[in-house]
Each structure stands twice: as C-alpha cells, then as structure tokens.
Design a protein around this ligand. Sequence first.
Ligand code: ADP
Length: 643
Amino acid sequence: MSETFSFQAETAELLQLVTNSIYSNKEIFLRELISNASDALDKMHYATLTDDTLAEGTPLITIDWDQKARTLTITDNGIGMNHDEVIANIGTIAKSGTKELLRQLKGGKAKAEIPEMIGQFGVGFYSAFMVSELVDLYTRKAGDKEAWHWQSKGDGSYTLEESTLPEHGTKIVLTLKPADLDEGLADYTDEWVLSDLIKKYSDFVRYPIKLKSTIYEEHKEGEEPKDKEPKYEFKTINSMKAIWLRGSGEVSEDEYKEFYRHLTHDWRDPMRHIAQKAEGTMEYQALLYLPGAAPFDLFYQGYEGGLSLYVRHVKIMDHCTDLLPTYLRFVRGVVDSPDLPLNVSREILQHNRQITAIRKALTKKILDTLKDIKEKEYEAYVAFWQEFGRALKEGFTSDSANKDRLTALLLFASSADKEKLSSLADYVGRMKEGQKDIYYMTGESRDVIESSPHLEGFKARGLEVLYLTDPVDEIMVQYLGEYEGKKLKSINKGQVDLDDEEASEEAKKEREAEKDECKELLERLQELLKDELKEVRLSSRLTSSPACLVVDEHDYSPHIERLLRQSQGKAAAALSPKRVMEINPHHPVIANLAKIAKTCKEDARIEEAAELLWGMSLLAEGSPLDNPAKFTKLVDKLMASQF
Ligand code: ADP
C-alpha cells in the first residue's frame, strides 16, 4: 500500500528554491549522490565490525544510464534505510540551520549559490531535483527483508510503498529533465559526460565507482561491425586512492580543493591545507583544511565540527570532536591512524591517550601554521582573522598550554589606525615613554567606543586604546591578563589616573585644588544618586564631557551586561553592579555646579543636574535610561530656557 506524505514546510520551500534555481553548476548533484553512497558503504562496513549477523558483499557504487528512457541510476550496496529512516532522512531536513538557510536564500544575496549551498546544509540529496523531473529511491536496510520505494517530483509531496531489492543498499533512479546547455543541463546519460564528472569530483572515493561503458567491437575498415546492438560493461572510473595517503608531490592543488568540497560540502575554496604525517611511537596521517570562510552556523549551538576519523583507512566516524579543541572547530579534515581499535566508541575516544596525543600535536601544528601565515602572508591572515578570530579567542579560556601561541595570533582594532588591525606587539612598539599599561575598551562597535566619553582623556594625551568589539573579548582579556609584563587595562573600568603617567608635581597640586573645589558637589551628588551609584569622584579620563560612568575592575562592563540582559532578561539585572560616576572638574557646567554647591548644597538646580548627568552618562555608554519620561521633561525644561 502506498502512503502519501507532504514535505515538512521548510523542506518543501527549499526544494522549490532548488528546482527553480538558474545556477549553471547543476552537475554537482552527481557528487552529492556518490558521496551519500560512499557514506552508506562506510556505515555498512562499520556495522559489520560490530554486528556479527551482518555480512558485507563487495562494496560497490554503480552508475547506469539509459539514453532512450532518459534515466540515470545510482546504486550502492551500503547500509540502506528502513521505512522510518526514509521519512526522517529524505522527507525531512533535520538540521537546525535550515530556517537560517532559507532566510539567507530568501534575502536574495546568495541566490546564485543555492545549489552549492544546499550540500553544506546536509540536504545534498535534493540537488537531484535540479536535473530530474522525477526521483525514485529504492532502499533496503542491511539486516531487513523488506525494501521501500520512495518517489517524488520535488513538488509538495512524496509517496512511500513497500518494494523489493535483491540485497541491502540503495538505488536512486533519476528521470532526467531534457538536456539544455543554456540552462546548464548537460546530457547526464552520456557516458563521457558522466565519466568526466566522476573523475572530477569523486576520484578519491574509496570504493569502486563502476560506470556503464560501451564496448566498441574491433572491425576492419570498410566493413560494417557484425553486431548492430552495442554491448556494455561496467568499468571502474575512479582511482580510489585516499588523498591523504598519497605524497603531497603527487596531489595537485585542484585535487586537494575537490577533496575539501567532498568532505565539507563547502562551495568556496579552502584557504590552506595542512598535511601531516607522524611516525614512531604514535602513527597517523592527517589532512586538515583551514576554510576560506566561516560556515553560517559556526557560532550557533547546533554546529557540527570535528574531523573524520579513519582507522587503517576505514572511516569510523564523521565529526569526531575529540581530535581538536572546541575553539578549532572550524578546521575540517581527516585523521587516519592504524593504532586505534576499529570498533572504537565515542566514549572510549574521549579518554584515549592516543587521541589526546594526536589532538595536542594537531593543535600545535594548526597554530604554528597560522603564525606562519601571519608572518608571511599578512593579508591572507587578516582575512582569516576576520572569519575565525572570534573562535580563536575562545581558546584562551580552555587551552592555557597554548596561551603564548594564541596571544601571538591576536589582532585588534585600535585608536591608532582607522582601518588596519594591530597586534599586541604593534601596540607595545608604539607605547609612549612611561606608559605602563595596555589600554583597551570593550563595546558594541568601533563607532560606539569612539564616541564614548571615556576615550577623551586618552585621545587628548595621545595614548593608544585597543577597541574590543567581540562578546568573547571581555572574557578573553581576563585570561590574557598581560602581555610582556604590561597589564591590559580597561579604560571604562576601575580607577585610571592618567596624570600619574605624567607624574608632574604641578599636576598633582592642581588635582588637590580641584578636589577641594568640588568637595561639596561630590558630596551632594553622592547623596542624590546613592541608589544608583557606588560613588561619585573626579575624573582624569574626561576632557570635553561633564561626566561618565565606570565599573569596578572586576565587574562586568556595561557592554557585557547588556548582552546578558538580552539573553537572560531581568535575572541579569539583579547581577548588575552599581557604577561609579566620574565628573570632569574642567567642564564649565561642573565648575559652576561646584560653585553653587559651595554656597548652598540644597540648591534645587543641583538636583536637576544630578538627574541629567546620570541620564546623559547612561546614554553615552549605550545603556537604556531608568526613567526616560523624567529625563525628557528635564531636557524640555532646559531647551525652553534656551529658545
Ligand atoms: P547529508 O548526506 O548531508 O546528510 P542528504 O540530504 O544528502 O544530506 O542525505 C540525507 C540523509 O539520507 C543522509 O544523511 C543519509 O542518512 C540518508 N541517505 C542519503 N542517501 C543515502 C544512501 N545512498 N544510502 C543510505 N542512506 C542515504
């Protein structure tokens, strides 16, 4: 009995986009289907290692074409699928990122890249609909007797019914759309076209890919061939040689790139490949890639990083996350080791000494390669940093052993240059004489930081400030602590005595006089704002603004507090520490207020000014006002006195 199902809404929507796309590179459907077949064969092989009741035939992928019927059939004797697996794997898109993909695609920006993108989203199977009017999938799970026939035109629905297959595995029959070169549709029933595609995309697949090939009978010139009906045989097209086992001299750059695509479904070129071979007490081969661009979900919860793990050239696991620390989750690739047990489980991996040793060696290799790129190809490194710097910074919290290596890789935006990024070494090289600390400020963006009052004193004194705009920066600097004996110091946290830097006696005297001048005002402001603030004090970081807010050295910065509020709501508000207000004694408003406070501390104008200064300082650091209505009324009143 045949059942009819509707595709899940997102799946249907995605299919719609795929089938109607006008992208020319439709041929990649074959790579996707062969890649699925090869995965199914890996899974079959792995299953026979752990389940004695299963027996494996000779693993094989066959590709059969029929020019008259315009069909292309891809068959594997891999693990196959049962009824529920067909629905879960083929009828649904399980990936958490699907909604995000749709959003991006509908944004229009990536339209041209749709067919290439779909592979990356784990929906490679659907690329079959770019070239097919109808897709039939027959599959039988290893160990099961019954087979299933799934069919769809790629419109809103599919059917599923019981069927038969001689052995376990999957057979996919594509009824092809008419060839149309203008539409980027080659004739995928032409054996030359197919053989080229297999060599181009799937040469390194570990299993033989056998393509139906015409046998040309030898015949004498001038004589008609005896047999009019052509004969066929299935010929192996791919070399099957695992790319990481070949010497690097034998592999072309294009082959490395193509393998990267096979592995990651990323349509962009990788930035670099890293081949490593270890011999001796610990034996393994690794082929790693630094991608050219970050996948859209790198910083999302569901992101699946990890390397493919092979034991004696047999794939044991995709996404093995124990081979690299989490912060290097963007690195993709393969590790092949003869020393691990074949039926190794994820639990065993976590505590395996061999794996720990491999992780250590690979991490070092990756960080050293990055250092090398930074030194020799700075521009390429900056591009890399922009994509993955945020992930590297996470390393400070978890990989103290590599702290120095990570530190050498850091780049920051800085007040010293509008565009160019700076390393800590650059900063230190530019430090002023007598400057003890490395100054930084965290905030949402360069613009926000640059317009912050906290920066004024530093600008005026020509002191460079690093701008830290990633959410992880705040935590990263805590772990970093110092660089070459110089402390990293936040300019919106704790006490900053900029005049100390200059340390002139005169300045100190002036400071004492100012304190005296403002004594009553400071006391009064403190009284009025005692619920909001920890303290009111004089500032040396302000030159043109009347006041600003700072937090204590070990409290969250307002930037992080806002992020916490967004993610944890009101609960975070309870955590939020009281601030310190610093006022600028050189500002005419403050100077006048100080005079008023000297004659009459209770003057109503000071009360209003306190409210205004509090509101203005909150706005300047990008925080919301406690009571916007009250603040607006005061501003209103001020304006009325002016105009
Ligand atoms: P991906 O391969 O990235 O997971 P696909 O859309 O290509 O995404 O395939 C979805 C799932 O369908 C696969 O993960 C696999 O479980 C199953 N599948 C696809 N093709 C086959 C096949 N030839 N044999 C067994 N399972 C398959």
